[in-house]
Design a protein around this ligand. Structure first.
Ligand SMILES: NC(=O)c1ccc[n+]([C@@H]2O[C@H](COP(=O)([O-])OP(=O)(O)OC[C@H]3O[C@@H](n4cnc5c(N)ncnc54)[C@H](O)[C@@H]3O)[C@@H](O)[C@H]2O)c1
Ligand SMILES: [Zn+2]
Length: 365
């Protein structure tokens, strides 16, 4: 098992390893000795696979367990689901010392985290992520929230968990596509800040997503990503500065995601976004052809795409509407050398010409 310390406004540990679900009750008991009640939040795909293990482990430690199971998928990430969670807590008489556990992917973690942040103005939450994306990204860092019909992640709170319990055995049941998507975020960490992770991914590239079934390797990979995320957020918990490097590939990626009306999955769009940034950096002369081709072959080795047909104008317009934009300049995240990201401020015009590269018109990227 790998233990990663996160020191934010609240300090906690991320535990990553095989078989941890069976110890989840014991871990929760040690961290929350005074808690009597526990609400396990999960969804219709994950609950049949893993809920019983967590429930039994918690009951053995004397927790009075309630459950809230919602319909799997992003469409459930709304106030109705959170309100359902609040309702169970209220009816069961939860107090400030009781606890919510989020068992599932990023959708579950974001919503259960938000319910915990807001119920009685804040009760403890334990994150138990089951998807690759949730293990390496969503469960660590304390961002919680829901979608509105008007846009994704529009309402939320920063609410750090008491602990994150990552049982890497859960990855084995992930559908291929969902695992592949998570790999986009893994590769992102390698590019922006982690040469040893890059080397490890490159050494195993010929196995593609077959690495999912290699428990030891996945523990190492997930552990490295968690350490990277912890490192970034410890220095910028509230996302005002360096945390922005985690958005590598995301500015263009979000535009592609939106243009597809969210029919293209997030990880696929991030991979395309990284591909677009790689091409633009080569055209600008800041990234060598050799480095670019290494980066692209890593992305494609894990089954992800590196191109899309949005135009520079579309990319610029979408970026200007991005909720993370501040003022009239864009913070563009560039990787000009594997393992090293930079934040570069650009005006919208500069961004368009950067994306256009050697093009003289608005032909697709
Ligand atoms: N809070 C943050 O910092 C942060 C960061 C990135 C993404 N997010 C959010 O995370 C969400 C995406 O996360 P996600 O990709 O995990 O989505 P998800 O929770 O919808 O899970 C993806 C799919 O995998 C299934 N699944 C999950 N674990 C499984 C397992 N072990 N076995 C079989 N199936 C399993 C789910 O049922 C679902 O169908 C988005 O809502 C996004 O906004 C949050
Ligand atoms: Zn992402």
């Amino acid at each position: 098992m790998i233990r990663t310390a996160v020191k934010a406004s609240k300090s906690y540990e991320v535990l990553t390893g095989s078989g941890l679900l069976s110890s989840s009750g014991k871990i929760m008991r040690e961290l929350c000795p005074g808690a009597r009640k526990l609400l396990i939040v999960s969804e219709t795909r994950v609950a049949p696979l893993y809920l019983e293990k967590v429930r039994e482990s918690a009951k053995a430690q004397g927790f009075e367990v309630s459950e809230y199971i919602f319909e799997a998928g992003e469409a459930s990430k709304n106030i109705g689901s959170v309100s359902g969670m609040w309702g169970v807590c209220a009816r069961e008489g939860f107090t400030r010392t009781d606890l919510i556990a989020a068992l599932g992917g990023g959708v579950t973690g974001d919503m259960a985290g938000f319910a915990a942040a807001s119920f009685l103005r804040g009760i403890d939450v334990i994150q138990i992520p089951t998807s690759l994306l949730a293990m390496v990204d969503a469960s660590v860092g304390g961002k919680t929230g829901i979608d509105l019909p008007e846009g994704k992640n529009q309402v939320g709170a920063f609410w750090q968990p008491v602990c994150v319990i990552e049982d890497t055995d859960c990855l084995k049941t992930l559908p291929d596509g969902v695992f592949t998507e998570g790999m986009a975020e893994v590769i992102k960490y390698a590019f922006i800040m982690d040469i040893p992770l890059y080397d490890l991914l490159r050494e195993n590239a010929s196995r593609g997503i077959g690495i999912r079934d290699d428990a030891e390797l996945m523990e190492r990979i997930v552990g490295m990503c968690v350490a990277d995320k912890a490192d970034v957020i410890m220095n910028d918990e509230f996302d005002n500065g360096r945390r922005q490097i985690l958005n590598y590939g995301h500015t263009a990626g979000h535009v592609i995601e939106k243009k597809s009306d969210f029919s293209k999955p997030h990880g696929i769009c991030v991979a395309k976004g990284m591909g677009i940034m790689i091409d633009a950096c080569v055209a600008a002369g800041s990234l060598t052809e050799d480095e670019a081709s290494k980066m692209k072959s890593l992305i494609t080795a894990y089954g992800l795409p590196v191109t899309d047909d949005i135009t520079p104008e579309e990319a610029r317009e979408g970026a200007m509407n991005d909720k993370k934009k501040r003022g009239n300049t864009l913070s563009v995240i560039l990787v000009n050398k594997i393992g090293d990201a930079q934040i570069v401020k650009m005006t919208p015009d500069e961004y368009t010409s950067f994306l256009r590269g050697k093009r003289t018109d608005d032909t697709p990227l």
